[in-house]
Ligand binder design. Structure first.
Ligand code: IMP
Ligand code: MG
Length: 190
């Protein structure tokens, strides 16, 4: 039996979905695309990470973007906690440190599931008069949605509708440090 047992539940990594090397190659492509898309634009470019899931992706992404004036900021919102289902409730725990007025903003998300977090944050930031707002998500889940998604300009990978962990994504706060993306399996421990 592999994995760890916590509170009578066995957590194990069922399979690797995206290996670390593929992730790194894709992040370099996204960085090159973003560098080219904003090359002729002199407005400040602020990369806004949505804590905590986007941290690992964002750390690699910003190093793949070639732009001397790039700055970063973070916003913290509520997550699933120890559940694997979206509650539909978005709460701001930490707001941005800087103003986004007149700046080009790229919102960096770990994964778009229901899209509720994103729709909420896009609206919040748009009301602060940025020059533009785009979305960059490491993952996009392939699933039916009740509410239409806002346009997502940069997507790392489209994945099936399964609960994934690693490369910043967590289950109950764990597994963010895995360099690859895996599918989590939960079973009752003997
Ligand atoms: P949404 O509001 O339903 O789109 O959920 C977005 C947030 O839920 C993400 O930023 C993640 O923190 C979390 N989430 C959604 N799906 C997964 C998953 O498969 N694994 C880990 N976290 C997830
Ligand atoms: Mg999370």
């Amino acid at each position: 039996m592999s994995g760890i047992v916590i509170d009578g539940q066995r957590e194990s990594i069922e399979r690797e979905l995206i290996p670390a090397e593929r992730i790194q190659a894709r992040v370099r492509e996204l960085g090159a695309k973003i560098s080219a898309d904003y090359a002729g634009d002199n407005a400040p470019l602020i990369i806004v990470g949505i804590l905590r899931g986007a941290v690992v992706f964002m750390a690699d992404l910003i190093r793949a973007i070639d732009r001397p004036t790039l700055t970063i900021d973070f916003i913290a919102v509520s997550s699933y906690g120890a559940s694997t289902k979206s509650s539909g409730v978005v709460r701001i725990f930490k707001d941005l440190n800087e103003s986004v007025e007149g700046a080009n903003v790229i919102l960096v998300e770990d994964i778009i599931d229901s899209g509720l977090t994103l729709a909420y944050l896009l609206d919040l930031i748009s009301r602060r008069n940025p020059a533009s707002v785009r979305i960059c998500s490491f993952l996009m889940k392939d699933r039916p949605r009740e509410n239409p998604l806002p346009p997502v300009d940069y997507i790392g990978f489209d994945i099936p509708d399964e609960f994934v962990i690693g490369y910043g994504l967590d289950y109950a706060g764990r597994y963010r440090n895995l360099p690859y993306l895996g599918v989590l399996s939960l079973t009752a421990a003997e």
